[in-house]
Write a protein that binds this ligand. Sequence first.
Ligand SMILES: [Zn+2]
Length: 150
Amino acid sequence: MARSRRKKSASAKSRLTKSEQMRRVRTSGTQPELVARKALWRLGYRYRLHTRLPGSPDLCFPRARIVVFIDGCFWHGCPIHYSAPATRAEFWSAKLRENIERDRRADQTLSRLRWTVIRIWEHEVEQDAAAAISRIASAIEESYVAQAAL
Ligand SMILES: [Zn+2]
């Protein structure tokens, strides 16, 4: 019994196209987020993870009042890398619209709560981590300067 059930799910899996499988692998990994985290920590920036803030930011810098999202190119509809899967096109385009709408609402709520929101594409970290990190670091530094001026 258990054996046939396992067989069934395996065949369901193989029905996914190759590119769908690839995307799953890429989006399930938190690699770019980890890269960013490690680099920022090494630079001495202390952050919090898993806050209960709207949209669940990947990183939160409470003192600078900055939250950072590292957005997956597929799930958040990167203009360069998003391409709709060939199968279940309707489902995926609805899903994407939903995700983008959710991101927008989170940004609005966060800025109303006076958080500065930084969104970075996963591919930005992958292609030029230093540039992505320095964007975050400069925003934090600017915020400190602004606070000190108050
Ligand atoms: Zn991208």
